[in-house]
Design a protein around this ligand. Structure first.
Ligand code: LLP
Length: 463
């Protein structure tokens, strides 16, 4: 594609200065000051695909998937057990991404029939797929059984009987592999709305309140169900491993108690996702090796104390694999200097997207960083707020960022670390079509999900 652009001259794509965290690993400046990602010049990407556009660095995604797999496999091999890493598709799922995950040895965690459909379209074998959800429909359960998914994670007492009925409906005598999602009371991570292990919320069954044990015993007693294990997900954007370790001890204690009462020692424990990433320069992510070592030590100690065998472990990272691999490119439009305080002027930099392509700042107060990627800029910086084009004042993309004072209409602005929960939570607010997802690798760009058009939106409107 580079040949068609830039006057036909192939651009120099060799990175001499990486942008560094939180930008994708291949993002950097070339000798002539251009920014490339995956070996593709950002100007070429924009000329070909327009803005806004989500860009996914395939090498970055794959490296993170491998890092999780090897860190956890190594740490748990040392305590004598194996690990399955499920990529949490809710962070971002497309057919190609499901394939990348699988090629790197990961399985796929789905939370709806839609995510299941994408994984199946990518030819991920059913046994390598997990299905979550606090309100699965009969249709979703039936499809999961038909696909022979490796695990259905039950999230309520009534669901135990509903899965058993789905097995009967199917009528082939094959039992459904089931895990029970429990809440350990451990609350870790950032914003309250993205922490899912407090007791007073919709997910899981309480360990302390006894419902977790009740559901596990119900699964053991129900014909047609095969109890695989216990599942715990403690929150999102967790930067310290301690919360995982506390939750692991609780879950392992529950597993031992179930064994005492029923004689069934479940073979697996899933510790969920939530591994935190860097969103801003200078922030550090939770290193998968540190998380793996901490968890393996906690699991080994707890099992030794409880006198139980070490279970097989699984985890479900989403954000930590796809988040840093993604960035969003916008075009700068209106610039508006606003006097905010005595002597303080903030430049509102409007871009051609906003809360429809990244809801996280509006929903969680999430912070991002941005920079001009289409040209070398001056050294003088100015306080800026990057805002979208939607009809509300909360439509903020980056709340506070220093941008070059010479930022101008037509510049391409990149926002880092938007790979997770950007496209997957995008909407058509204000009838704005959703941007495409373009993967870059080795100097080539490939559209994974095409841009929506106004015709796409109008096609749904039956008048
Ligand atoms: N497993 C389960 C059962 C989950 O509920 C989640 C996330 C994950 C795995 C993946 O978590 P991750 O590793 O990506 O943090 N929309 C919010 C995040 C909601 C996450 C909900 N569950 C955000 O944009 O921050």
């Amino acid at each position: 594609m580079t040949a068609a652009l830039g006057g036909g001259a192939a651009r120099d794509a060799v990175v001499v200065e990486p942008l560094g965290s939180p930008w994708p690993v291949t993002a950097g400046l070339t000798r002539d000051g251009a920014t490339v990602v995956g070996g593709v010049d950002v100007r070429d990407l924009v000329a070909e695909h327009g803005t806004p556009v989500y860009v996914l660095d395939e090498e970055d995604f794959r490296a993170r998937a491998r890092a999780f797999r090897s860190a956890f496999s190594d740490a748990f091999a040392r305590i004598g057990t194996g690990v399955d890493v499920y990529y949490a598709g809710k962070a971002f799922l497309s057919v190609a991404v499901a394939r990348w995950a699988r090629e790197e040895g990961l399985r796929i965690d789905t939370a709806t029939g839609g995510e299941l459909a994408v994984a199946l379209r990518a030819q991920v074998p059913g046994p390598e797929i997990g299905l979550h959800g606090n309100n699965k429909s009969d249709d979703e359960l039936d499809r999961a059984l038909a696909a022979r998914v490796g695990r259905i994670v039950v999230d309520s007492l009534e669901e135990v009987a509903r899965v058993a009925r789905a097995v009967e409906r199917r009528g082939d005598g094959v039992p459904a592999p089931v895990m029970v999602r429990v809440t350990t009371g451990v609350h870790a991570g950032g914003h309250e709305y993205i922490s899912t292990a407090h007791e007073d919320q919709k997910f899981g069954l309480s360990v302390a309140g006894g419902q977790a044990l009740e559901a596990l015993e119900a699964v053991v007693a129900t014909p047609g169900l095969e109890l695989l294990g216990v599942h715990s997900h403690i929150g999102s954007q967790i930067l310290e491993p301690d919360g995982f370790a506390v939750a692991a001890r609780s879950v392992l204690g529950l597993r031992a108690e179930l064994a005492q009462r029923t004689g069934v020692l479940v073979p697996e424990v899933d510790l969920g996702g939530g591994f935190g990433i860097a969103y801003l320069p200078g922030e550090s992510a939770l290193d998968p090796a540190v998380a793996a070592e901490g968890l393996a030590a906690a699991v080994a100690t707890a099992c030794a104390e409880l006198g139980t065998a070490v279970p097989r472990i699984s985890i479900e990272p989403g954000r930590a694999i796809v988040g840093p691999a993604g960035l969003t490119l916008y075009s700068v439009g209106t610039l508006k200097p606003v006097a905010v305080d005595e002597g303080l002027v903030r430049t509102y930099v409007s871009v051609d997207g906003g809360m429809s392509d990244n809801l996280r700042p509006a929903l969680y107060g999430a912070d991002y960083t941005a920079r001009v990627l289409s040209r070398p800029t001056g050294d003088v910086m100015t306080l800026a707020r990057v805002v979208g084009k939607h009809c509300e004042s909360g439509d903020v993309v980056v709340r506070d960022v220093m941008l070059p004072a010479d930022v101008r209409r037509g510049d391409v602005l990149g926002v880092a670390a938007t790979g997770a929960y950007g496209r997957s939570m995008a909407s058509n607010y204000n009838q704005v079509p959703r941007p495409p997802v373009v993967a870059v690798r080795g100097g080539t760009a490939r559209v994974l999900v095409r841009r929506e058009t106004e015709d796409d939106l109008l096609a749904l409107d039956l008048g």
